[in-house]
Design a protein around this ligand. Structure first.
Ligand code: UTP
Length: 292
């Protein structure tokens, strides 16, 4: 199995971040001076992907504009000798081959993935959710691709979450195979803490096989009336082995207010030109908070 293509679903409504997502795709929310989807595309490229399909929808034009060339802006920057900025802007327009397909109605992540069928054209493919950043040594999706290529099977990225949080995620159960790797035995979308078979939560990274499309077509709407990828994977499990790998890295869900704030702080601390001032600010704030 060789994985060359990535699919980035980015057609969700982003209701947790309303009202800003009323007129701005949540995938365009800034993490420092780049939109979250920029980091996601970068992760795919670092993992050796050379073909990216973004599933967009209504109100998502800003994503296409972002990855497009902007000749007017480039001309302006060149004229004014702003060469560093020019380089940065030009590079975005040349990152990788990006294709788009529209999901006409936000009927769920499963339905979004179904829109990738033509483009994927019978190949296994990586999926990276457009609102999740994972900071890691080895790109998170590469960690999955390496196992998928070895096993020839689909694989899901997971992380342990506190029991009281399981109802926010798809949860898997599995038999341990080796350190951090499991053979999946069950998947369940947003279970209650009592129902959850484990506290291993699906994070926004997968490697899937084209057989998933037939399954998705037959998957009835589940939680929230949406076609859930987790439900489709539970059906796929009847005929295919699926693996789960605990991702090494730190994940930030930018589609939630807390994830958005923390990711911005974390990345600022990693930037040479910002880290001292941010650290001082955190120190001062911590003292204030502790003295309250
Ligand atoms: P989320 O459940 O986080 O997205 O979907 P959402 O529905 O936009 O967010 P909230 O919960 O209302 O705040 C996970 C991923 O699946 C995509 C989203 O864009 C996100 O990347 N998605 C979701 C679609 O592409 N289409 C959909 O119909 C639903």
């Amino acid at each position: 199995m060789v994985i060359r293509k990535a699919v980035i679903p980015a057609a969700g409504l982003g209701t947790r971040m309303l009202p800003i997502t009323k007129s701005m795709p949540k995938e365009m929310l800034p993490v420092l001076n780049k939109p979250v989807i920029h980091y996601v595309v970068e992760e795919a490229i670092k993992a050796g992907i050379d073909d990216v399909l973004i599933i967009t929808g209504k109100g998502k034009r800003a994503i296409e504009d972002y990855f497009d060339r902007s000749f007017e802006l480039e001309y302006y920057l060149k004229e004014r000798g702003k060469l560093e900025e020019l380089k940065e802007v030009e590079e975005i327009g040349e990152m990788v081959d990006i294709y788009y397909v529209r999901q006409k109605k936000p009927l769920g992540l499963g339905d979004a993935i179904l829109h990738a069928e033509k483009h994927v054209n019978g190949e296994p493919f990586a999926v990276l959710l457009g609102d999740d950043i994972i900071i890691s040594q080895r790109p998170a999706i590469k960690q999955l691709i390496d196992v998928a290529e070895k096993k020839g099977s689909p694989i899901i990225g997971v992380e342990n979450v506190p029991r009281e949080m399981v109802s926010r995620y798809g949860i898997i159960n599995g038999d341990p195979i080796e350190d951090g790797l499991f053979k999946v035995t069950q998947l369940i979308e947003k279970p209650s803490p009592q129902e959850a078979p484990s506290n291993m939560a699906i994070v926004g990274r997968y490697v899937l096989i084209p057989e998933i499309f037939d399954v998705l077509r037959e998957t009835p709407p589940g939680r929230g009336g949406e076609v859930q990828l987790t439900d489709a994977l539970q059906i796929l499990l009847q005929d295919h082995e699926i693996f789960a790998k605990q991702i090494e890295g730190e994940r930030y869900d930018i589609g939630s207010k807390l994830g958005f704030i923390i990711a911005n702080l974390k990345l600022a601390l990693m930037r040479e030109e910002l880290k001292t001032e941010i650290r001082d600010y955190i120190k001062r704030t911590l003292e204030e908070v502790l003295n309250e």
